[in-house]
Design a protein around this ligand. Structure first.
Ligand code: AZA
Length: 301
Protein backbone atom coordinates (compact mmCIF):
# COMPACT_ATOMS: atom_id res chain seq x y z
CA UNK A 1 0.00 0.00 0.00
CA UNK A 2 1.16 3.54 -0.64
CA UNK A 3 -0.13 7.05 -0.17
CA UNK A 4 0.77 10.49 -1.48
CA UNK A 5 2.87 11.91 1.35
CA UNK A 6 3.24 15.42 -0.05
CA UNK A 7 2.82 17.25 -3.34
CA UNK A 8 3.36 20.65 -4.84
CA UNK A 9 3.50 21.77 -8.44
CA UNK A 10 3.70 24.91 -10.54
CA UNK A 11 5.81 26.78 -13.08
CA UNK A 12 9.57 27.20 -12.83
CA UNK A 13 11.88 29.46 -14.83
CA UNK A 14 9.25 32.07 -15.63
CA UNK A 15 11.39 34.81 -17.19
CA UNK A 16 10.17 38.33 -16.55
CA UNK A 17 11.45 41.80 -17.41
CA UNK A 18 9.75 45.06 -16.46
CA UNK A 19 10.64 48.63 -17.42
CA UNK A 20 9.52 51.56 -15.33
CA UNK A 21 9.60 54.80 -17.34
CA UNK A 22 9.46 58.09 -15.45
CA UNK A 23 7.96 60.38 -18.07
CA UNK A 24 8.84 63.57 -16.16
CA UNK A 25 12.57 62.86 -15.80
CA UNK A 26 13.04 60.42 -18.69
CA UNK A 27 14.78 58.06 -16.25
CA UNK A 28 14.04 54.37 -16.74
CA UNK A 29 14.46 51.58 -14.19
CA UNK A 30 14.50 47.91 -15.11
CA UNK A 31 14.01 44.62 -13.28
CA UNK A 32 14.77 41.15 -14.69
CA UNK A 33 13.65 38.09 -12.77
CA UNK A 34 13.33 34.35 -12.93
CA UNK A 35 10.31 33.16 -10.98
CA UNK A 36 9.27 29.76 -9.67
CA UNK A 37 5.77 29.40 -8.23
CA UNK A 38 4.63 26.12 -6.66
CA UNK A 39 1.16 25.44 -5.22
CA UNK A 40 -0.04 23.10 -2.48
CA UNK A 41 -3.56 22.22 -1.37
CA UNK A 42 -6.35 19.73 -2.03
CA UNK A 43 -4.74 18.47 -5.20
CA UNK A 44 -4.13 14.83 -4.28
CA UNK A 45 -6.70 13.45 -6.74
CA UNK A 46 -4.74 14.88 -9.66
CA UNK A 47 -1.94 12.48 -8.70
CA UNK A 48 -3.91 9.53 -7.31
CA UNK A 49 -7.07 9.51 -9.47
CA UNK A 50 -5.94 11.26 -12.66
CA UNK A 51 -8.54 13.92 -11.86
CA UNK A 52 -7.43 17.24 -13.36
CA UNK A 53 -10.44 19.17 -12.10
CA UNK A 54 -8.33 20.49 -9.19
CA UNK A 55 -5.41 21.59 -11.37
CA UNK A 56 -4.67 25.26 -12.05
CA UNK A 57 -2.61 24.60 -15.19
CA UNK A 58 1.04 25.57 -14.86
CA UNK A 59 0.50 27.64 -18.01
CA UNK A 60 -2.18 29.65 -16.15
CA UNK A 61 0.25 30.10 -13.24
CA UNK A 62 2.76 31.58 -15.70
CA UNK A 63 0.10 33.86 -17.23
CA UNK A 64 -0.93 35.04 -13.77
CA UNK A 65 2.64 36.02 -12.92
CA UNK A 66 2.80 38.26 -16.01
CA UNK A 67 -0.61 39.82 -15.30
CA UNK A 68 0.30 40.53 -11.67
CA UNK A 69 3.61 42.02 -12.88
CA UNK A 70 1.59 44.37 -15.10
CA UNK A 71 -0.78 45.34 -12.28
CA UNK A 72 1.73 45.72 -9.43
CA UNK A 73 5.33 46.80 -8.85
CA UNK A 74 7.75 43.88 -9.17
CA UNK A 75 10.17 45.48 -6.71
CA UNK A 76 11.09 44.87 -4.03
CA UNK A 77 10.90 41.17 -4.90
CA UNK A 78 9.82 40.36 -1.32
CA UNK A 79 6.59 42.32 -1.97
CA UNK A 80 5.99 40.95 -5.47
CA UNK A 81 6.47 37.37 -4.20
CA UNK A 82 3.92 38.06 -1.45
CA UNK A 83 1.44 39.47 -4.00
CA UNK A 84 1.84 36.42 -6.28
CA UNK A 85 1.58 33.87 -3.45
CA UNK A 86 -1.41 35.58 -1.84
CA UNK A 87 -3.21 35.77 -5.21
CA UNK A 88 -3.22 31.98 -5.54
CA UNK A 89 -4.47 31.17 -2.05
CA UNK A 90 -7.16 33.86 -2.26
CA UNK A 91 -8.33 32.96 -5.79
CA UNK A 92 -8.60 29.17 -5.46
CA UNK A 93 -10.38 27.83 -2.35
CA UNK A 94 -8.59 24.48 -2.52
CA UNK A 95 -5.07 25.99 -2.75
CA UNK A 96 -3.71 26.43 0.77
CA UNK A 97 -0.08 27.40 0.22
CA UNK A 98 2.02 29.04 -2.48
CA UNK A 99 5.80 28.96 -2.58
CA UNK A 100 7.34 31.69 -4.70
CA UNK A 101 11.06 31.88 -5.46
CA UNK A 102 12.36 34.92 -7.31
CA UNK A 103 15.87 35.37 -8.68
CA UNK A 104 16.60 39.04 -9.49
CA UNK A 105 19.35 39.45 -12.08
CA UNK A 106 21.72 42.40 -12.01
CA UNK A 107 21.18 45.32 -14.33
CA UNK A 108 23.33 48.12 -12.90
CA UNK A 109 22.88 51.61 -14.31
CA UNK A 110 25.78 52.66 -16.56
CA UNK A 111 27.92 55.65 -15.63
CA UNK A 112 28.73 57.60 -18.81
CA UNK A 113 31.07 60.62 -18.63
CA UNK A 114 30.76 60.43 -14.86
CA UNK A 115 26.93 60.63 -14.92
CA UNK A 116 24.30 57.92 -14.32
CA UNK A 117 22.79 57.08 -17.70
CA UNK A 118 18.96 57.33 -17.80
CA UNK A 119 18.26 54.14 -19.76
CA UNK A 120 21.42 52.01 -20.15
CA UNK A 121 22.48 49.20 -17.83
CA UNK A 122 25.20 46.60 -17.53
CA UNK A 123 25.36 43.09 -16.13
CA UNK A 124 28.23 43.50 -13.69
CA UNK A 125 28.57 39.93 -12.49
CA UNK A 126 26.43 36.88 -12.03
CA UNK A 127 25.50 37.75 -8.44
CA UNK A 128 21.74 37.61 -7.86
CA UNK A 129 19.30 38.85 -5.24
CA UNK A 130 16.94 35.99 -4.39
CA UNK A 131 13.80 35.70 -2.31
CA UNK A 132 11.76 32.75 -1.11
CA UNK A 133 8.22 33.69 -0.15
CA UNK A 134 5.95 31.06 1.43
CA UNK A 135 2.31 32.09 1.77
CA UNK A 136 0.19 29.69 3.82
CA UNK A 137 -3.55 30.09 4.37
CA UNK A 138 -4.24 31.20 7.94
CA UNK A 139 -0.54 31.24 8.81
CA UNK A 140 0.77 34.34 7.07
CA UNK A 141 3.77 35.03 4.90
CA UNK A 142 7.32 33.81 5.51
CA UNK A 143 10.09 35.60 3.64
CA UNK A 144 13.78 34.78 3.25
CA UNK A 145 16.02 37.19 1.32
CA UNK A 146 19.38 36.19 -0.14
CA UNK A 147 22.51 37.36 -1.87
CA UNK A 148 23.80 34.56 -4.08
CA UNK A 149 26.87 34.19 -6.28
CA UNK A 150 28.81 37.21 -4.95
CA UNK A 151 32.32 36.20 -6.05
CA UNK A 152 35.09 37.78 -3.93
CA UNK A 153 38.84 37.32 -3.57
CA UNK A 154 41.57 38.84 -1.41
CA UNK A 155 45.29 38.35 -2.05
CA UNK A 156 46.35 38.70 1.62
CA UNK A 157 44.79 39.19 5.06
CA UNK A 158 43.83 35.54 5.49
CA UNK A 159 45.47 32.87 7.67
CA UNK A 160 44.70 29.30 8.60
CA UNK A 161 46.63 27.64 11.39
CA UNK A 162 46.12 25.82 14.69
CA UNK A 163 43.87 23.14 13.17
CA UNK A 164 44.09 19.43 14.11
CA UNK A 165 47.36 17.82 12.98
CA UNK A 166 47.40 14.04 12.92
CA UNK A 167 48.30 11.15 10.64
CA UNK A 168 45.71 12.37 8.05
CA UNK A 169 47.09 15.91 7.79
CA UNK A 170 49.20 17.21 4.93
CA UNK A 171 47.94 20.83 4.79
CA UNK A 172 50.61 23.25 6.02
CA UNK A 173 49.68 26.03 8.41
CA UNK A 174 49.67 29.45 6.72
CA UNK A 175 49.80 32.99 8.05
CA UNK A 176 49.15 34.56 4.65
CA UNK A 177 47.03 33.04 1.89
CA UNK A 178 44.66 33.91 -0.91
CA UNK A 179 41.02 33.76 0.15
CA UNK A 180 38.30 33.38 -2.45
CA UNK A 181 34.65 32.50 -2.12
CA UNK A 182 31.24 32.87 -3.68
CA UNK A 183 28.93 34.25 -1.03
CA UNK A 184 25.45 32.86 -0.43
CA UNK A 185 23.83 34.68 2.48
CA UNK A 186 20.19 34.46 3.57
CA UNK A 187 18.31 36.44 6.20
CA UNK A 188 14.85 35.35 7.35
CA UNK A 189 12.28 38.00 8.23
CA UNK A 190 9.78 37.97 11.08
CA UNK A 191 6.49 36.43 9.96
CA UNK A 192 4.04 38.77 8.18
CA UNK A 193 0.27 38.36 8.52
CA UNK A 194 -0.65 39.64 5.04
CA UNK A 195 0.48 41.62 1.97
CA UNK A 196 -0.46 44.92 3.67
CA UNK A 197 2.08 44.25 6.42
CA UNK A 198 4.72 43.36 3.82
CA UNK A 199 3.94 46.56 1.93
CA UNK A 200 4.40 48.62 5.10
CA UNK A 201 7.96 47.25 5.36
CA UNK A 202 8.66 47.84 1.64
CA UNK A 203 11.68 50.14 2.09
CA UNK A 204 13.27 47.82 4.66
CA UNK A 205 13.85 45.04 2.10
CA UNK A 206 16.08 47.13 -0.20
CA UNK A 207 17.87 48.70 2.78
CA UNK A 208 18.55 45.27 4.31
CA UNK A 209 19.92 43.98 1.02
CA UNK A 210 22.33 46.89 0.56
CA UNK A 211 23.40 46.85 4.24
CA UNK A 212 24.04 43.09 4.10
CA UNK A 213 26.02 43.45 0.88
CA UNK A 214 28.11 46.32 2.29
CA UNK A 215 28.79 44.39 5.51
CA UNK A 216 29.84 41.26 3.60
CA UNK A 217 32.24 43.19 1.35
CA UNK A 218 33.73 45.35 4.14
CA UNK A 219 34.19 42.41 6.52
CA UNK A 220 35.68 40.26 3.78
CA UNK A 221 38.14 42.97 2.79
CA UNK A 222 39.09 44.24 6.25
CA UNK A 223 39.01 41.18 8.50
CA UNK A 224 42.41 39.58 9.04
CA UNK A 225 40.68 36.24 8.61
CA UNK A 226 41.58 33.38 10.97
CA UNK A 227 39.36 31.06 8.90
CA UNK A 228 36.30 31.15 6.66
CA UNK A 229 34.29 30.08 9.73
CA UNK A 230 35.44 33.02 11.87
CA UNK A 231 34.95 35.60 9.13
CA UNK A 232 31.45 34.42 8.15
CA UNK A 233 30.33 34.48 11.79
CA UNK A 234 31.39 38.13 12.09
CA UNK A 235 29.47 38.94 8.88
CA UNK A 236 26.31 37.23 10.18
CA UNK A 237 26.51 38.99 13.57
CA UNK A 238 26.79 42.38 11.89
CA UNK A 239 23.85 41.69 9.56
CA UNK A 240 21.68 40.72 12.55
CA UNK A 241 22.69 44.00 14.21
CA UNK A 242 21.95 46.06 11.07
CA UNK A 243 18.61 44.42 10.23
CA UNK A 244 16.50 44.28 13.41
CA UNK A 245 13.65 42.41 11.65
CA UNK A 246 15.94 39.55 10.61
CA UNK A 247 15.51 36.49 12.82
CA UNK A 248 18.41 34.41 11.49
CA UNK A 249 21.25 34.81 9.02
CA UNK A 250 22.57 31.79 7.14
CA UNK A 251 25.83 31.65 5.20
CA UNK A 252 27.22 29.15 2.73
CA UNK A 253 30.79 29.87 1.67
CA UNK A 254 32.82 27.60 -0.59
CA UNK A 255 36.55 27.93 0.05
CA UNK A 256 37.92 28.28 -3.49
CA UNK A 257 41.52 27.25 -3.10
CA UNK A 258 44.49 28.85 -4.90
CA UNK A 259 47.56 26.63 -4.56
CA UNK A 260 51.16 27.71 -4.90
CA UNK A 261 53.01 26.06 -7.79
CA UNK A 262 56.55 24.88 -6.99
CA UNK A 263 58.78 25.88 -9.94
CA UNK A 264 62.19 25.11 -8.46
CA UNK A 265 62.61 22.27 -11.00
CA UNK A 266 63.15 25.03 -13.61
CA UNK A 267 66.49 26.72 -12.96
CA UNK A 268 65.70 26.86 -9.21
CA UNK A 269 62.92 29.50 -9.64
CA UNK A 270 61.54 30.44 -6.21
CA UNK A 271 57.71 30.47 -6.11
CA UNK A 272 56.71 29.17 -2.67
CA UNK A 273 56.04 30.82 0.68
CA UNK A 274 57.02 34.51 0.64
CA UNK A 275 58.28 34.13 -2.98
CA UNK A 276 54.93 32.91 -4.37
CA UNK A 277 53.13 35.04 -6.92
CA UNK A 278 52.02 32.43 -9.48
CA UNK A 279 49.19 30.17 -8.25
CA UNK A 280 46.91 27.45 -9.62
CA UNK A 281 43.20 28.18 -9.07
CA UNK A 282 41.57 24.89 -8.04
CA UNK A 283 38.22 24.00 -9.55
CA UNK A 284 37.69 20.98 -7.26
CA UNK A 285 37.55 19.84 -4.55
CA UNK A 286 36.70 22.86 -2.44
CA UNK A 287 35.97 23.46 1.22
CA UNK A 288 32.32 24.21 1.99
CA UNK A 289 31.58 26.11 5.17
CA UNK A 290 28.06 26.83 6.43
CA UNK A 291 26.47 28.41 9.46
CA UNK A 292 23.18 29.73 10.72
CA UNK A 293 23.34 32.55 13.25
CA UNK A 294 20.29 33.45 15.37
CA UNK A 295 19.60 36.02 18.04
CA UNK A 296 20.36 34.73 21.53
CA UNK A 297 17.38 34.48 23.94
CA UNK A 298 18.66 37.52 25.85
CA UNK A 299 18.83 39.62 22.68
CA UNK A 300 15.23 38.72 21.75
CA UNK A 301 13.81 40.33 24.95
N1 AZA B 1 38.53 26.64 7.13
C1 AZA B 1 39.34 27.44 6.41
O1 AZA B 1 39.17 28.68 6.45
N2 AZA B 1 40.33 26.94 5.62
C2 AZA B 1 40.52 25.61 5.59
C3 AZA B 1 39.70 24.74 6.33
C4 AZA B 1 38.68 25.27 7.14
O2 AZA B 1 37.92 24.56 7.83
N3 AZA B 1 40.14 23.48 6.08
N4 AZA B 1 41.15 23.56 5.23
N5 AZA B 1 41.40 24.84 4.91
Amino acid sequence: MSKLASARYGKDNVRLFKVHRDDKTGIHSVAEMTVCCLLEGDIDVSYTKADNSVVVATDSIKNTIYILAKQHPVTPPELFGSIVGTHFIETYKHIHAAHVHIISHRWTRMGIDGKPHPHSFLRDGEETRDVQVDVTEGKGIEIASSITGLHVLKSTGSQFWGFIRDEYTTLPEVWDRILCTQVAATWKWKKYMDVKEVEADKAKFDNAWSSARDIILKQFAEDNSASVQATMYKMAQQILAAVPQAQTVDFTLPNKHYFEVDLKWHKGIKNTGKDADVYVPQSAPNGLIKCSVARSEKAKL
